[in-house]
Design a binder for this molecule. Structure first.
Ligand SMILES: [Fe+2]
Length: 251
């Protein structure tokens, strides 16, 4: 049943990366998302430095158009927008990540993934200097955040939006990540929940178990905030650029 949930992180574009394998699988995933209450997805294939960004974007638009045509034929209304899971690594000395980053839809907000191993604040600091408005993808999965989840406070103070995966709440990425996810949720450090859905099997697990788990952990108002209100506000109204002074002296 549609509750207007918005998924800002997904790999629903068929034959694009490690996501959906076919248009038929994509349609099945979208139907599962709708059943879980979603009405909008941002398709966020992996985008890495050196990629031909405009080619990725144009392929994405083409696939979204083809998916929408199939949905329309079945009288299904579902919003799909472009986006990317942009990879950023400070050690690559990327001068201007905005040159290859793809935003979420028509916004100027970027979903960003950093390396899983190492000091996350090192990467975040470099990203912060770019002045771009960013959502940090699945923050609970980075190893140093697992070791010290309170570091997320610094990311929030610096103005980054914090995204968590449903799957983390049910141990899809291991026990330690689950423990971190539960802690971050309890401490109210999560701005947005998303599926990071890759295939129909993944959809069954994270939508039937992960979303249910979230429903037992937070009250209905918080559920609506992290799945609908917050993503809607961020993507339509935007938010202030990170304060350049607030993330100084991170280490
Ligand atoms: Fe992802």
């Amino acid at each position: 049943m549609a509750k207007g949930y918005i998924d800002i992180h997904s790999h629903i574009l068929y034959e694009t990366d490690d996501g959906s394998g076919s248009i038929e699988e994509t349609i099945k995933i979208i139907k599962a998302l709708m059943e879980a209450g979603f009405s909008t997805s941002y398709a966020t294939p992996h985008n890495i430095p050196g990629n031909d960004t405009s080619a990725l974007l144009s392929k994405s638009k083409d696939k979204i158009r083809k998916i929408s045509e199939v949905l329309e034929k079945q009288n299904i209304g579902y919003g799909i927008y472009t986006g990317a899971e942009n990879y950023f690594d400070a050690s690559l000395n990327i001068k201007n990540p905005g040159e290859y980053f793809i935003p979420l839809g028509n916004s100027d907000i970027f979903l960003v993934e950093i390396p899983f191993i190492g000091e996350s604040l090192h990467h975040i600091d470099a990203l912060h200097k770019s002045g771009l408005r960013c959502i940090i993808a699945h923050v609970e999965r980075y190893m140093d955040i697992v070791q010290n989840p309170d570091k997320v406070h610094r990311l929030k103070q610096a103005g980054f939006i914090i995204q968590m995966n449903f799957g983390s709440l049910i141990g899809v990425y291991g026990f330690d990540v689950m423990k971190t996810a539960l802690y971050l949720l309890k401490e109210d450090m999560i701005d947005v929940m998303a599926t990071d859905i890759h295939d129909i099997h993944h959809a069954d697990i994270i939508l039937k178990k992960g979303l249910k788990r979230l429903e037992t952990l937070v009250n209905p108002a918080t559920l609506l905030k992290v799945l609908k209100e917050r993503p809607h506000t961020i993507l339509t109204v935007g938010y202030e650029k990170p304060n350049a002074q607030s993330n100084d002296n991170n280490s």
